[in-house]
Write a protein that binds this ligand. Structure first.
Ligand SMILES: Cc1ncc(C[n+]2csc(CCOP(=O)(O)OP(=O)(O)O)c2C)c(N)n1
Length: 342
């Protein structure tokens, strides 16, 4: 079966516009707390979710909104949950990191690594209660250093449960480059547990769709686990408001408020000697210059842009699709905001 690029793009675009709406609510102060979005990983989620069937289960991480939406959870319920309303998906108590939809067999957790054991539990249930169905775990490469995730890879292999582990590798765990805290090669690590493991370009939805198809075929029909590592770039950084990205994208607006306190402390009469101050300033400049070259600031890494380039061959259809999805999200947002909770 060839990939249906229009439906894959529709899934990705819906998720992107939905998360942009969430970002606006967050910036307007209507959603409290940190906000981790999945912008930049849509190709991974869409490529895998498009391969799922009814009865398959999902265990998600702190960036779970896109997968919930693509799996068919009502956007209004998600929005009202994030707004903290009692009629939200989880009574307004879960927030964006702890979402649960029993009808969609989909659950998320902000505990890094938790999708591993959750997916093994869901896959064990699938093996016993719903033969032919599978469970998928989505998590970052930072989670690959969590004990519970390694234990779940082991159990999945020992029990031979139908679980697909999908590692969305953006190379960062908050502000820690993952290569500096990760021993050896991740795929070799997974293979040592006895799981087949493959690498895929997570910015290329067709490649993910292809790789996910092969992995899921094995998981579903051989009823055994598999692992996929998909590299991606999180366009918003770790969470919304990531300072360096803000500064690089909008230097005239952001730099003064960031640079003034720094300059003020640099010019204070008391404190460190000039040589140490200059060394500190140099370090800051190195970080800012590195941010200018950061792939998160380079639109070429946007997975939506890559599919759109292909779909431009039919501009009328593309426009119609984009208008329709934009309307869908606008309507969902208006409805979610229409009624204050009682
Ligand atoms: C057990 C646990 N430790 C630490 C944290 C704090 N924390 C939240 S997200 C995150 C980084 C996770 O990195 P990764 O798994 O690569 O996912 P990414 O955020 O890059 O998508 C950390 C350390 C947490 N939520 N749970």
């Amino acid at each position: 079966m060839p990939a249906d690029i229009w439906s894959l793009y529709a899934l990705m675009l819906k998720s992107r516009l939905f998360e942009e709406a969430i970002a606006k609510l967050w910036r307007d102060g209507l959603i409290s707390g940190e906000m981790h979005l999945g912008t930049g990983e849509e190709a991974i989620i869409a490529g895998v979710v498009a391969r799922l069937r009814e009865g398959d289960a999902l265990a998600l991480d702190h960036r779970g909104t896109a997968a919930l939406l693509m799996r068919g959870v009502d956007p209004i319920l998600i929005l009202r949950e994030l707004l903290g309303y009692p009629d939200g998906l989880c009574g307004g108590r879960g927030g964006h990191m702890h979402l649960f939809s029993p009808e969609h067999l989909t659950v998320s957790s902000g505990i890094v690594g938790a999708p591993g054991p959750t997916a093994v539990g869901l896959a064990l249930a699938a093996q016993h209660l719903r033969p032919g169905t599978i469970a998928v775990a989505f998590f970052g490469e930072g989670a690959m250093n969590q004990g519970m995730l390694l234990e779940s890879l082991n159990l999945a292999a020992v029990w031979n449960v139908p679980a697909l582990f999908v590692c969305k590798d953006d190379g960062w765990a908050i502000t820690t480059p993952s290569e500096g805290v990760t021993g050896g090669d991740l795929l070799a690590r997974v293979r040592a547990f006895g799981l087949p493991a493959a690498d895929v370009d997570g910015g290329d939805v067709f490649a993910v769709w292809e790789a996910a198809g092969q992995a899921i075929e094995r998981v579903r029909f051989a009823q055994g686990p598999a692992f996929l590592r998909a590299r991606c770039v999180h366009i918003e950084g770790h969470f919304l408001g990531f300072q360096l990205l803000r500064a690089v994208r909008n230097p005239l607006k952001e730099m003064p408020s960031m640079a003034l306190p720094l300059m003020r402390s640099f010019l204070r009469p008391e404190g460190a000697v000039l040589r140490e101050r200059l060394a500190g300033l140099r370090q800051v400049l190195v970080v800012v210059l590195a941010a200018l070259r950061d792939p998160r600031c380079d639109a070429a890494h946007d997975p939506l842009r890559r599919v759109r380039q292909v779909l431009r061959s039919d501009p009328a259809r593309l426009q119609e699709l984009e208008d329709r999805i934009a309307r869908e999200i606008d309507d969902a947002l208006a409805l979610a905001l229409a009624e204050e909770p009682s």
